[in-house]
Design a protein around this ligand. Sequence first.
Ligand code: PEP
Ligand code: MN
Length: 333
Amino acid sequence: MIIILKKGADASQVEGLKSLLRARNITPQVSEGSIQTIIGCVGDVAHVDPSILEALDVVESVQRIQEPYKAANRKFHPDDSVIDCSGTKVGGGMFAVAAGPCSVESEEQVVGIAKAVKAAGATLLRGGAFKPRTSPYAFQGLGADGIRMLQVARRETGLPIVTELMDFRDIELFNDVDVIQIGARNMQNFNLLKEVGSYTKKPILLKRGMSATLQELLMSAEYVMASGNPNVILCERGIRTFETALRNTLDLGVVPLLHQMSHLPVFVDPSHATGRAGMVDPVAVAAAAIGADGLIIEVHNDPPHAKCDGAQSQTPEMFASTMERIRRIRAAR
Ligand code: PEP
Ligand code: MN
């Protein structure tokens, strides 16, 4: 249930309304938008009679909502969330591009790629240090060393760094990381979401699970937000369907839909969505055209020899050409 307040509502009457809600075991979440102030009611509202609230002087109207996500819900927070990723702003009409290798392989590799993607216009450096691999025999990432190498690349380029956390036991290694990625496989690792949300207010880049509905994605964002961290960026990275021609099926229509459902920024990952370097450019451009707030693009200096996801990695030259096309599409929107 949400309560829409009258413009210029008297502060002491608003406080009175909040205590009335609390007395009924409802937590009021006040959201002051530029146009209207709204109170989201978290808790069991089944026993609250909206007409009693509507009779109050400060209340414009009361709406019941069905969605179980509150903090992530656009209805509670009408303005876009703008998330500050150590200087790179995400959301609210800005466009961010997180680029870099699927996995950090050496300092030289990640610094070289970081310089190339920065020159092409990337605004975040993304590289994996802890890799969720299907096979236990596949390269698992450089771990703590990989994070250190990302930090060197950040020093060299000024790009804030994004990297994936798989296990909360590693969290201290992420204290000097700018954005923490929670990958598709961990999207519903609820304990991890709760622990991360209560440990830090750093931006969390939350990727959609490969068979997750949008409501499930938003409920996972809700876990992080309800634990105390409002800074969540959603990411559509393709889902599993009957179609196997590409690595995943990109659900591009969710970008405007998520923007209706939620105030959180929405990224698209054309690399994991398609699995093919040659498909990344058109899909990235389509994502920019449909209104995504940003992209994740995998870039490798030597894709045939990459330790992970070489087939979907653009070369720095391909990436520079995609960035140019994105700039033109963004200007035309
Ligand atoms: C990744 O971003 O490198 C990754 C493993 O992606 P996902 O979690 O979307 O599969
Ligand atoms: Mn990858």
